[in-house]
Design a protein around this ligand. Structure first.
Ligand SMILES: C[S@@+](CC[C@H](N)C(=O)[O-])C[C@H]1O[C@@H](n2cnc3c(N)ncnc32)[C@H](O)[C@@H]1O
Length: 262
């Protein structure tokens, strides 16, 4: 570890899925006091930059390499700056943050992370559904198809589909045919409900509902090729019914409430 002691710091902030009101209060306060911002311009809503003090330098990382981003962090923190690194949704999902954390640790530059609302939860809000319905599924798998970034074979979509859980699939709508093929191979029925939510929480948000049989044609017709969540599972349309929660059942006793006899 090198001895690069500095008064500056880097704050990783989850910008949320798009709607500028979906950043946390803590995240917006970090932007208000930032001396410099590095934001993922391909997905972060630029409206959020209006929270910064006038004249705050804001760098769009879309056209930068990792080395260029790290150089901005090193130079700025050496001068004592508070730098906000603004990532879309929540930084922990497909955020490419670990390589930045590792560098900051090597350089002994202090950093912290403020979580954000992931697009997976903005998509659930858009379709007004709950991923975890009793008797349907108590598990949510967050995954993606392999692209230029490989996915380990044991996590191939068809393997994960065997669990028949609720699923949210990032970064894959451009290959909708391959998504459906893998889900069918894994054992989902052709009638399984599926939704595609493009630009969740943005003014031009688009929601498509279908089944594994119908969704490819719908996505093609809508021309959706990026920035979409694919949600799969019976939680979307529990035709066989689901069990109501125990927590709010009048006969169920728990720490905060005495149940009654029916
Ligand atoms: C590089 S990943 C970043 C994910 C982000 N960290 C998060 O928590 O949402 C980009 C992918 O997230 C999804 N995504 C991001 N913003 C979205 C939005 N507003 N609506 C739907 N999907 C979105 C898409 O699948 C997109 O391909």
């Amino acid at each position: 570890m090198s001895q690069n002691k500095t008064d500056g710091e880097v704050i990783f902030v989850g910008a949320g899925p798009g709607d500028p009101e979906l950043i946390t209060i803590k995240g917006s306060r970090a932007l208000e006091r930032a001396d410099r911002v590095i934001y993922a311009g391909s997905l972060v809503n630029p409206e959020l930059l209006k929270l910064c003090r006038p004249g705050t330098p804001c760098h769009d990382s879309a056209s930068l390499t990792l080395e260029e981003v790290l150089a901005l962090m090193l130079d700025g923190t050496k001068r004592g700056e508070t730098i906000v690194r603004l990532h879309t949704g929540d930084p922990s999902m497909y955020g490419a943050v670990k390589e930045q954390f590792d560098y900051l640790e090597e350089q002994a530059i202090p950093y912290s992370v403020i979580p954000g609302v992931s697009s997976v939860f903005a998509a659930a809000a858009a379709v007004k559904r709950e991923f975890t319905l009793p008797d349907i599924s108590q598990t949510l798998i967050l995954t993606r198809l392999a692209g230029r970034t490989p996915v380990p074979e044991r996590e191939a979509l068809a393997q994960l589909a065997r669990h028949q859980t609720s699923m949210a699939i990032f970064l894959s709508v451009q290959d909708m045919g391959a998504v459906v093929e893998a889900l069918l191979e894994g054992g989902y029925q052709a009638s399984t409900p599926i939704a595609v939510v493009a630009k969740a929480s943005w003014p031009d948000e688009e929601v498509l509902f279908g089944t594994l049989e119908t969704i490819v044609a719908k996505v093609q017709a809508a021309g959706i090729r990026k920035q979409a969540q694919i949600l799969v599972g019976d939680f979307l349309d529990p035709t066989g019914g689901y069990a109501r929660s125990k927590l709010y059942d009048p006969t169920f006793t728990h720490e905060y409430r005495q149940g009654t006899d029916r």
